[in-house]
Write a protein that binds this ligand. Structure first.
Ligand code: ARG
Length: 461
């Protein structure tokens, strides 16, 4: 078992089947540079504890530097016999520093505290990349909202026409959800910025090593207060996977609308050619594959989260080898979003809106009935009665096959004397929109204020 991290107490090497099962280099190799950064920091605390002298520290850092260069260039890679990234890099270090010096680095650390630390380092870097990608999608939504400040559309509940809203208001609803996802990543980072290094296998180190010095060098805010928690917990991983799944779900909801809006029946949007795909048999097809892949990949992101949670649920403290299964789901979540976000933001940025059609459809389906009821309330009619009167007007219009504004003054008066011709002031999309002017409403003035608030929060995110 040449170069392995363990073996002296065994009569022979592992069975091939165990070695194959145990191996993780094919997915943990991407942590190699974090492992080397951890080794540098660890070498320095060994020096501070008097376990390396100055010359040994210098030799160790030099060998680690050469190892890192070889890892980056691809000159050094995991070998068939390496179990994991940690073992492989120790082999590489010993090849460069010699066994006398290279063999000193492992003192006071375990792969258990290493892997827990490296995972957090990886996820913190990728959380920043993902946050930038989500913010780019927020920006694309904001730009579309700004480009269409006064366009109305049918606002829906139950997918039925409900009340007219501004297109910008609708788009910004998606932007707020995504902005909260960015804020979640920022908030998550406070919990991720705690280093497990120094926890050892589970019980800490007897060698006088300073975990906070390692933490600071690796960019963490502090070190864990409990070595068992440091090595055995993965809630920080699971929370990352949850935020990724939530981002996936938020992108999926945008995508579902794009898919719907791009249908012949809706004809609300035109996809840019560069974000559409064709058919191998039907020459006319222009398909919303970006949106469909976003919708599909949200399922994959949910799977990454649920798979990880299922791995964690039965684990006693402290480290168990099951925890090796923590990496692929979070790596996959990060990879999936980093692939997806540029495509979704590009699709949104290049959408063409058929605002004339959206505007025309906005008040249809009796979408102004609530405006009639609220107008009556402003005339002093109790809302229960106002709701009834407006409903009666809808019933009459529906039976005649016309819209509310097509009813005659006499017909309105026949329903109730309270329904004077003045009611027509709210029987327009513009009137309806303008009246919903409190904070959070769809009036152009309220949406302008909303846009400013969103921009301020996005700039701070
Ligand atoms: N490769 C392992 C992991 O990903 C770390 C190794 C810990 N192995 C052990 N036998 N203690 O979790």
């Amino acid at each position: 078992n040449e170069g392995a991290l363990w073996g002296a107490r065994f009569a022979g090497g592992p069975a091939d089947a165990l070695a194959a099962l145990s191996k993780s280099t094919h997915f943990d190799w991407r942590l190699a540079r974090y492992d080397i950064a951890g080794s540098r920091a660890h070498a320095r605390v060994l020096r501070a504890a008097g376990l390396l002298d100055d010359a040994e520290l210098e030799g160790m850092l030099d060998a680690l530097g050469r190892l890192e260069a070889d890892v980056v260039s691809g000159a050094y890679t995991a070998s068939e016999s390496d179990e994991d990234v940690h073992g492989s890099l120790e082999r590489g270090l010993i090849e460069r520093a010699g066994p006398a010096l290279g063999g000193k680095l492992r003192a006071g650390r375990s792969r258990n505290d290493q892997i827990a630390t490296l995972g957090r380092m990886f996820l913190r870097d990728h959380a920043r990349i993902i946050a930038r990608g989500v913010l780019a999608t927020v920006d694309a939504l904001v730009a579309q909202a700004e480009a269409h400040p006064n366009a109305a559309m049918p606002g829906r509940t139950h997918l039925q026409h409900a009340q007219p809203v501004l297109l910008s208001h609708h788009l910004l609803a998606h932007a707020w959800a995504l902005l909260r996802d960015v804020q979640r990543l920022t908030d998550w980072d406070r919990r991720a910025a705690v280093s497990p290094y120094g926890s050892g296998a589970l019980a800490g180190s007897s060698l006088g090593l300073d975990p906070n010095a390692v933490a600071a060098e690796l960019g963490f805010d502090s070190a864990v207060w409990n070595s068992i928690d440091g090595t055995a917990s993965r809630d920080v991983f699971a929370e990352f996977a949850w935020v990724c799944a939530m981002i996936g779900v938020d992108l999926s909801r945008i995508s579902e609308e794009v898919i719907l809006w791009a249908t012949k029946e809706f004809s609300f949007v035109t996809l840019h050619d560069s974000y559409s795909t064709g058919s191998s048999i039907m020459p006319q097809k222009k398909n919303p594959d970006v949106a469909e892949l976003a919708r599909g990949k949200s399922g994959r992101l949910i799977g990454d989260l649920t798979g990880l949670l299922a791995t964690l649920k039965g684990l006693p403290l402290a480290y168990n080898r099951d925890l090796q299964e923590d990496k692929e789901p979070v790596f996959d979540a990060a990879d999936t979003l980093e692939l997806l976000l540029p495509a979704v933001s590009g699709m949104v940025a290049t959408l063409g809106f058929n605002t004339a059609r959206m505007h025309e459809l906005a008040p249809l389906g009796f979408a102004l009935a609530t405006d009639v009821a609220e107008w009556l309330v402003r005339q002093g009619v109790p809302f229960r009665d106002a709701h009834e009167l407006s409903g009666a007007a809808v019933k009459l219009a529906e039976s005649r096959g016309v819209e509310l504004w097509d009813l005659t003054d006499a017909e309105f008066a026949g329903i109730s004397p309270a329904l004077t011709p003045e009611v027509r002031t709210v029987l327009s999309t513009e009137g309806s929109l303008a009246s919903r002017d409190a904070q959070g409403g769809t009036a152009p003035s309220a949406v302008a204020a909303q846009l400013a608030a969103l921009r301020e929060q996005a700039a701070a995110a």
